[in-house]
Design a protein around this ligand. Sequence first.
Ligand SMILES: [Zn+2]
Length: 611
Amino acid sequence: MIGAIRCLLLWLPVAASLGAATPASAFLVQSTQSGNGPVVMASWGEDDVPFRIDAAGSADLGAAQTAAILRQSFTVWENVEGSRLRFIDEGLSSGRDASRRDRRNLLIFDETGATLGAPDGSGIIAVTRINSDAQTGEIFDADIIFNGRDFRFAAEPTPGRILLRDVAVHEIGHFVGLDHTPLAGDPVQRPTMNPFYFGDGPGEASSLAADDITGLRVLYPTFAFSSMSGAITGRIEEPGGRGVFGAHVTALDLDSGELYSTLSGAETGVRDRGAYALRGLPTGLYRVAIEPVSGGLDASNFSSLFATLDADFPLEYFGNTDIASTALPVLVTGGIGSSNIDFTTGFITPGVPFVRSVDGPGNTPDAIGPYTTFFDVVNAIRVEVIIEIDGQVSAITAEALGGGMFRSQIPGQHVGTHVRYRLTAASATGISVDFPAGGRWLEFDVIGLSGAPLAFTVLRDAGVLGVFDTGADVEVARVDLGDDPIQILHSPDGQFLYVSNLESSEITVIETATFRIADRISVAAQPLDMALSPDGGTLYVTNSGASLLTAINLESRRVLSSVSVGALVEGPYGIATSGRRVYVTDLRSNAVVAVEDGQVVARIPVGGGPR
Ligand SMILES: [Zn+2]
């Protein structure tokens, strides 16, 4: 079985979108399947693997410097604790033939393209070719070929050049049997085995992330490592039972923040397209999730086992939920893992209740109550809310509002009370489902405040409003907002806060005395900046994605009007009011547009880029 892993070059646009990912660590072993046989994992049969370096080295660096960097790169992997693997340096080779059958593991620089055969502009910086036994997965020949025709290599960060050490450490990862990982992240957290050379930080690929290290340990474990680590295994299937292939499975260590990943279908020794295994995990509680491979990656970025990747399913956490905080944690302890961590894609099984969302209170200073909670539940005719306060458990029946919506009112509690609640949703045929799964609770505190002023701030990435007690210098509460909350404004009397949510196109109204959400008002695309009318009765919002100006009556909390502010090049962004006039900015045409009674009355040229 002959496999080659292509390593691509990619610049920033996609890298930036990948940068939003959580702290990353992951690994995937190169796996193959012979015909319809079981999947096998590629690894060397011995613990001492020889390599030899082409005596010519890189034309950009010369023989001595090339050999020194490549040897250091092997050392990076050899130094991993918990792995038995060692390398034997067979010295420099005069033969430049990277044959896959000569059992000589050669590293060469292809300065003409003759060996690599890659088309012009392929972006391939290097290739590692592995020859392994189709039945056992045992690697018996591996060669690394660097593309010296299309790329200039360097020993130190140099504009326009590729750091040889970064590429070499990555390729040696393939050399020992690792595949690419779909996980990304910033330069510090990104696994070395991510397929892209981002060129965004010195040594971005030459310092191994926890994921890379775990991959090596799983392939060449020391006894101590085997006895201390555990696995999470399971199966992913569609509602009809068909296995889901190539799903990205991640396990987040809730203590350390490390993220481990694999693809379904790579589980060795079986022929099940939906089976997955995350091995080598340290003791801890994990949040397990499935999602399609994304971020500019497709099947071509992985070894030949993955000719296709199933992608038509949503992000889902273990416990049949898309709400991270209600996922069911999975325990790995003392070398023992968890099996049967199974998923059925999609959330709604016919006839079975499914809780789509819960809109309940966070920490609040409100001792009067009641604490209103809304539940959006599919396939349920009855929802019971179980409440635990000071060890006393009681239950109330939620009021059905129609359309799958239910409302419950937990009575007011004195300051200092910790309130826990969960729900049981029952279908017409008597099937009942608990939420959150696993006997866990949703909870909030009735908090005491110092009496000093409170500071409210929008935490954009977290999608919440943070409440800070400036007397005690602590964050006392968080309130869930919409998607991408960006701007905050308070009413003249200080009773309410208004938050614009760029992505979910809504204005959240929050009561400052209780931290409760009083309303969510839908508006046109991408609400950004807000201003009040001089009398405080109208809230004006710029809709930066729709060239509109929205006016909201704050008494009724209804949209009064949404008026066009002309053909703006980009905006409107900023906003201000004066008398009956509203002024908004057009970023690209360097103008402020004045609107009165829904009509554009003036365009005022201003300096460059008015936000
Ligand atoms: Zn690669």
